[in-house]
Design a protein around this ligand. Structure first.
Ligand SMILES: [Fe+2]
Length: 249
């Protein structure tokens, strides 16, 4: 995949602006992944480079797509196969501080350092199995849980609130808004999160904090397990019907 010189310049400039912010405000897992992935500073990284770093660490592989925004079903079908799909769309200079669409700076800089850390990939691996056997309403709820956890979540570390969500880590404008105390922060519980709507075209007015990745996993599992159990009993009862039909025929 070839990118223009202007796109490489935008990448370089985004990194220049956001590196000091994440050094100050990001959680320790992101900073550790960022150190070990060694993203190139002046060039958009190639797929080969990203896979050579990530696959040996966590077994995930990275793919590129020309699609600007992948629908949630194919997105989670990739997740089941431990594939993370990166768009080849990059924001323009006009959208430098905020883009409502995830672009490759969001996908690569925001997400991929975390893919070096197995504690993190075990967290995101919880989403796809539940999503793919959920009802339509439950799928909307799971998208909300994803939004307020791995996309825009906050985490408490050494008594401070640190930035965990990739949407904040890759947004020059919104990370400033949140870290200057202009966003309300509530405890991350499924009950709290499921009452809120995602803010796609503006900054989020309310965000949620969890005490650790383990605590977040526990909270999500409580909700996902009930979906998985119902999904399994649906599969078992449809298997019984097929079984009975076969005996009768
Ligand atoms: Fe994202």
């Amino acid at each position: 995949m070839k990118f223009t010189n202007d796109q490489h310049k935008i990448w370089e400039s985004l990194l220049e602006h956001q590196l000091p912010n994440v050094q100050k405000f990001a959680c320790r897992e992101f900073l550790s992944g960022l150190e070990s992935i060694e993203l190139p500073q002046t060039q958009i990284p190639s797929l080969e480079f990203l896979n050579s770093k990530i696959t040996p660490k966590t077994g995930w592989s990275i793919r590129r797509t020309k699609t600007r925004y992948i629908d949630s079903i194919p997105w989670y079908q990739h997740f089941v196969r431990k594939e993370f799909v990166v768009t080849d769309f990059l924001r323009s200079w006009e959208e430098f501080e905020f883009t409502h669409e995830p672009d490759m700076f969001h996908d690569i800089f925001g997400h991929l350092p975390f893919h070096m850390i197995s504690e993190y990939t075990e967290l995101i691996e919880l989403f796809a199995p539940a999503f793919l056997c959920a009802t339509k309403q439950q799928q909307e709820d799971i998208k909300r849980l994803a939004w307020f956890s791995y996309e825009f979540g906050l985490i408490r570390q050494e008594g401070e609130i640190k930035v965990f969500g990739t949407g904040l880590l890759s947004s020059i404008g919104e990370i400033a808004q949140v870290t200057s105390g202009k966003t309300s922060i509530l405890p991350f519980t499924t009950e709290n999160v499921l009452k809120r709507n995602k803010a796609i075209y503006t900054f989020n007015k309310e965000l949620f904090v969890f005490e650790s990745i383990e605590a977040l996993k526990r909270e999500l599992r409580k909700y996902f397990d009930s979906i998985l159990k119902a999904g399994q009993s649906k599969i078992q009862s449809s298997e019984k019907i097929v079984d009975r039909q076969m005996k009768l025929s």
